[in-house]
Design a protein around this ligand. Structure first.
Ligand SMILES: NC(=O)c1ccc[n+]([C@@H]2O[C@H](COP(=O)([O-])OP(=O)(O)OC[C@H]3O[C@@H](n4cnc5c(N)ncnc54)[C@H](OP(=O)(O)O)[C@@H]3O)[C@@H](O)[C@H]2O)c1
Length: 240
C-alpha cells in the first residue's frame, strides 16, 4: 500500500461493525478497517468468538440480542455499521417447491438488516454511517434468483427512505454496489470477478470521500446503463 493510500484511508479511533465477517467481502472489510486503524467488531454463525467477533445468526432474535450486547461492550459508540451478511440461492418457481428457502433468504438479506438498524441506532455516533451491501441485481433482476433480487431491491428501497429520515441526525446512509466478486456466493459461476479485497479498498475510499452510493468496478457502468439504456441492462442481468 502506498503512503498516500494509507493516509487517505485512516480510520484510527473509529468503531466499525461489519455483519458476516467470516469470509468473502465481509472478511476483506474487517481486514481493511483493522489495517486502517479502526476497532472492528464482526459476527457470523461460524465465527470463533472473541472480543471482536460474536457468534450470531442475524436471522434470529437471539443472534441479534448477542450482537447488541457485543456492540454495547465496545469502547464507545459505533462510527460505521455495515450490513454485509447475505445469502443467495437459485430458486426455480417453474420447476420445484420453494417453501421456507424463500423465507430464510428474506430473513437474512432484508429483515435482519432492517431490525438491526433499528436496535443499533442508539449506538451510532452523530456523523456516523450506516452502509448496506446491495447489488446491481437490486436494480435489474436475474432470472435464476428471484428472491435474492427482491430482497436486495427491498434493502435498497429501505436505505433510500432511511437516508431521508436520518439526515437531520447527521447520520449518513450509504449504498455499496459491488459487481461480481470472487467469493463462496459466486463460486462456479460468472467471469471477470474482482477480489473481495478490491471491494474493501473501494468501500474505505468511498467512505472517506463521503460518497452516498459506492458503485465498484463494473457496477459503475451498469448503473449508468440503468439510467440511459435500462432495457439493455435488464437483458444483460437476466442472463447473469
Ligand atoms: N459476491 C458477489 O458477487 C456480490 C455481489 C453483489 C453483492 N454482494 C453482497 O455482498 C455481501 C457479501 O457477499 P459475499 O459474496 O462476501 O458472501 P459470502 O462469501 O457467501 O459470505 C457471506 C457472509 O455472510 C455471513 N452470513 C450468512 N448468513 C448469515 C446469518 N444468518 N447470520 C450471520 N452471518 C451470516 C457468512 O458467515 P457464516 O456463514 O459464518 O454465518 C459470511 O461471512 C452479501 O450481502 C451479498 O449479497 C455480493
Amino acid at each position: 500500500m502506498t503512503r498516500m493510500t494509507r493516509l487517505t484511508q485512516d480510520f484510527s479511533g473509529k468503531r466499525v461493525f461489519v455483519t458476516g465477517g467470516t469470509q468473502g467481502i465481509g472478511a476483506a472489510l474487517v481486514a481493511a478497517f483493522t489495517d486502517a486503524g479502526a476497532e472492528v467488531l464482526t459476527c457470523g454463525r461460524t465465527v470463533t468468538p472473541s472480543p471482536f467477533a460474536v457468534a450470531a445468526d442475524i436471522a434470529t432474535d437471539e443472534g441479534r440480542a448477542a450482537i447488541i450486547s457485543a456492540v454495547a461492550r465496545l469502547s464507545g459508540p459505533l462510527d460505521i455499521l455495515i450490513h454485509n451478511a447475505g445469502t443467495q440461492q437459485a430458486l426455480d418457481y417453474a420447476n420445484g417447491t420453494i417453501g421456507e428457502a424463500a423465507d430464510q433468504e428474506i430473513a437474512v438479506n432484508l429483515v435482519a438488516p432492517i431490525r438491526l438498524t433499528e436496535t443499533l441506532l442508539p449506538y451510532m455516533v452523530r456523523g456516523g454511517a450506516i452502509c448496506f451491501l446491495t447489488s446491481v441485481l437490486a436494480y435489474k433482476p436475474k432470472t435464476s434468483a428471484p428472491v435474492y433480487c427482491a430482497s436486495k431491491a427491498g434493502l435498497r428501497s429501505f436505505a433510500l427512505a432511511l437516508r431521508q429520515q436520518l439526515a437531520p441526525q447527521e447520520l449518513r446512509v450509504v449504498e455499496i454496489v459491488p459487481p461480481l466478486v470472487a467469493t463462496a456466493m459466486t463460486g462456479g459461476r460468472g467471469r471477470g470477478k474482482i477480489s473481495p479485497e478490491r471491494v474493501a479498498r473501494a468501500v474505505l475510499t468511498g467512505l472517506t470521500a463521503g460518497t452516498d452510493r459506492i458503485a465498484i468496478g463494473k457496477a459503475g457502468p451498469a448503473l449508468f446503463l440503468d439510467r440511459w439504456a435500462p432495457r439493455l441492462l435488464s437483458r444483460m442481468m437476466a442472463r447473469q
